[in-house]
Design a protein around this ligand. Structure first.
Ligand code: F7E
Length: 330
């Protein structure tokens, strides 16, 4: 029997790496689109894939070029495509809003159009985001909650969501959006607030740094673990009908609570180490996000199983070991 082929954009990122491992475990042939520089500098760019690197088929491509993407779809003819690649750091979208807008919207459009023209049977998953809810119009947020994005990043995700819905309606493509709330892990980039906190707490404990500068401590997020969220992506492509789903834990915590927990796990008092830096506040903030994931539970059978404490512990433990080894090595 021929293996199912999955093509992942953004395979080198946190979600891409967990998804690749998960799909390989299910017996898929996994393909990933990467930039040439990634394959030239595997140690730094492909570290998240280190356990499965030999099992993945990589393809050079740029999401800024339609011909380069189209060629890959023509060659691979995937059964499923997970479009995870994006400029995903919200703060950066305030600094360079044009490149975030162009690359996120065009990238999604190029992928959808390639599917339409090269392999219309391919099922498509779009990584939409709770940032689309922005200045939330109801609490908790569900599939029917109106979008009110507060950043160019959020606007680019609304456009991607609309493109996905349009290709579904106009061309009959099995195209869905997963509206994922914040999801973290030890593989999260250091610029995001959770990893910024857990890495700093570990380094402070080890005497490698003393202070941590943060922005808005009162922002509240629904934080889950990436490893569990990638399973929901796969489930969405296994449905009989293409539909969009909200994925989150249903619980919300402030940045302050996250910091308190992370520092506390190492016997530290966050108040002694954290300094609030006004420059790290966003020009327009998303104050509160909390998901209502009941539809995903009912229709996909997806249920989040970890607690907030377990997520923070997983990240803190990892970072403490990671920086202990680094310290030992110098
Ligand atoms: O910020 C506040 C900041 O950058 C979380 C992305 O994956 O999830 C992520 O977007 C909150 C915000 O993630 C700092 O103002 C305070 O309120 O970790 P973050 P995000 O912006 O929520 C969504 C679902 C996505 O789709 C995105 O791609 O924390 N905050 N002080 C800070 N944030 C950062 N980064 N750094 C600080 O120093």
């Amino acid at each position: 029997m021929t293996k199912k082929r999955a093509l992942i954009t953004g395979i080198t990122g946190q979600d891409g790496s967990y998804l690749a491992e998960y799909l390989l475990g299910l017996g898929y042939e996994v393909h990933g689109i990467v930039r040439r520089v990634a394959l030239e500098d595997q140690k730094h760019r492909l570290w998240r894939l280190q356990d499965v690197i030999g099992k993945i088929k990589f393809h050079y491509g740029s999401l800024e070029s339609y011909p380069s993407i189209f060629k890959i779809f023509q060659e691979v003819r995937p059964h499923e495509c997970y479009h995870l690649a994006a400029q995903s750091f919200v703060s950066y979208s305030f600094e360079d809003e044009f490149s975030t807008f162009n690359s996120n919207i065009n990238g999604t459009h190029f992928v959808l159009s390639s599917i339409k023209n090269a392999c219309p049977e391919c099922r498509f998953y779009f990584a939409a985001s709770s940032e689309m809810f922005g200045k939330v119009e109801e609490v908790p947020q569900k599939e029917t909650t109106r979008f009110h994005p507060r950043s160019v990043y959020g606007i680019s995700k609304v456009a991607g969501y609309d493109l996905t819905r349009n290709y579904r309606g106009a061309y009959n493509i099995f195209a869905v959006s997963g509206i994922l709330f914040n999801h973290e892990s030890p593989r999260r980039g250091f610029e995001f607030v959770t990893r910024k906190i857990t890495s700093a707490a570990a380094r402070i404990k080890l005497g490698l740094q003393d202070k941590l500068q943060l922005g808005n401590l009162e922002a509240s997020r629904d934080w889950g673990h990436s490893k569990e969220y990638v399973k929901a992506m796969h489930l969405m492509l296994k449905q009989n009908k293409p539909e969009d789903f909200v994925i989150g834990t249903g619980k919300t915590h402030t940045v302050r609570e996250f910091a308190d927990k992370a520092f506390g796990l190492l016997g530290l008092d966050y108040k002694k180490h954290i300094e609030v830096d006004k420059h790290l506040f966003r020009p327009s903030e998303v104050e509160l996000l909390v998901a209502d994931p009941s539809r995903a539970k009912k229709k996909l059978g997806w249920k989040y199983t970890m607690t907030f404490d377990q997520l923070v512990e997983d990240m803190v433990k990892h970072d403490y070991d990671y920086f202990s080894n680094k310290k030992g090595a110098t």
